[in-house]
Design a protein around this ligand. Sequence first.
Ligand SMILES: Cc1cc2nc3c(=O)[nH]c(=O)nc-3n(C[C@H](O)[C@H](O)[C@H](O)COP(=O)(O)OP(=O)(O)OC[C@H]3O[C@@H](n4cnc5c(N)ncnc54)[C@H](O)[C@@H]3O)c2cc1C
Length: 419
Amino acid sequence: MKELIVIGAGAAGMMAAAAASAAGVDTTLLEKNAKVGRKIGITGKGRCNLTNNCDSKTYIENVVTNPRFMYSAIRGLSPQDMMALVEAEGTPVKTERGGRVFPVSDRAFDVIDALLRHVKRSGAKILCDTPVKEVLAKNGYFEVVTEQGGLEARAVIIATGGLSYPTTGSTGDGHRMAKALELSVIEPRPALIPLTSGEKFCRDLMGLSLKNVRATLTVSGEEVYSDFGEMLFTHFGVSGPIVLSASSYLQSWLRRKKKSLPDAGAVLHIDLKASLSEEVLDQRLLRDLAKYSSRDFQNALADLLPRRLIPVVVKKTGVNPFKKAGEISREERRALLQTLKDFQVPISGTRPLEEAIITAGGVDVKEIVPGTMMVKKYPGLFMAGELLDVDALTGGFNLQSAFAMGKAAGEGAAAYLQN
Ligand SMILES: Cc1cc2nc3c(=O)[nH]c(=O)nc-3n(C[C@H](O)[C@H](O)[C@H](O)COP(=O)(O)OP(=O)(O)OC[C@H]3O[C@@H](n4cnc5c(N)ncnc54)[C@H](O)[C@@H]3O)c2cc1C
């Protein structure tokens, strides 16, 4: 019988295996892919934003679902601990805008190499090409059923990830294992995901990126998120940094209110001139309309807006595009101002889970002891990483969560086995 089996060699599983093995536990790490850490390889657009160089308060503020559950794990492994660990394994890191941490080489594979070295140095054994089918709870031990046969272990850590980008290996196996063990699993939903809209103008504006805008998402008339930054139009709707963050808060709201889209009525309100107050913008409109007074209305907005956006904005104002700019009435100018300050994109839904950066939902954290990651109903069974119902914003917070939960689970399993 083995002492500890860790299922899944991703961010959480590798940290778990290394922590347990370093504590003196005979540890075997099983991975279904031919190589470890496949998802890490695609993170941060291939550069791997492995953590965020922030304090634990800021980290917690960036966790959207179940931040309190993360208190003890983040105490056990801070972002700075993680940076030091990766550097100690030969991959220097750098901090960029917003505290985002990347390898100096800008190569995600150097982070995978560092983690692999960390696991190997701890003495844990790694078995790739070993998909686990199920975990059976026996009397005082577990049977891990792989395609190659059954393995017995005194303790097991499941770290199989979420459901997004399934080609990386995260296909929801852990959710199925948890359900078979009769654990509560919160319905997985896509988060950090582009939003869809039925509006044709999104397709017309495809590829147009807007900088320095404020986007505010309302659902059933209630504001769920507002931020200043960058976004873009796509063939299906909207995407970009502020939209991705908005999607996580949207999912959180829908779950809390037990509602779904499109029925709940979500609208993205874009302030196209976020740095100008209404008064200042109105003065600006007066100047531009006077400057181009002999031009058609639709040709008088070139100083104000990206070219492709003009026909869409003009249509939304309801003003005749061929009316001379000099003849625009006060009400018509007001309509233009309103459209610029509140350009509305009705939201019909999100892109599918497979395309999400993170899976919201997963094994209910109420099933888990936060300090050790042990499953309350099954002493000796542990869970860590995206498999659990924890998700955070972009900026390195999700990998940090997986690393911290993994280390806590590895140490928790070691403490359990050595007691
Ligand atoms: C495109 C993209 C970009 C991202 N960029 C960032 C970023 O820059 N920064 C950030 O913080 N987060 C980022 N994330 C999120 C981050 O990658 C995940 O939150 C993190 O990898 C979760 O770690 P994990 O160990 O829980 O799961 P995973 O990394 O998914 O690892 C799970 C492992 O378990 C294995 N496995 C699954 N089922 C079985 C089974 N039955 N038997 C054996 N093995 C199994 C899988 O093959 C996989 O190797 C990104 C995600 C995506 C999709």
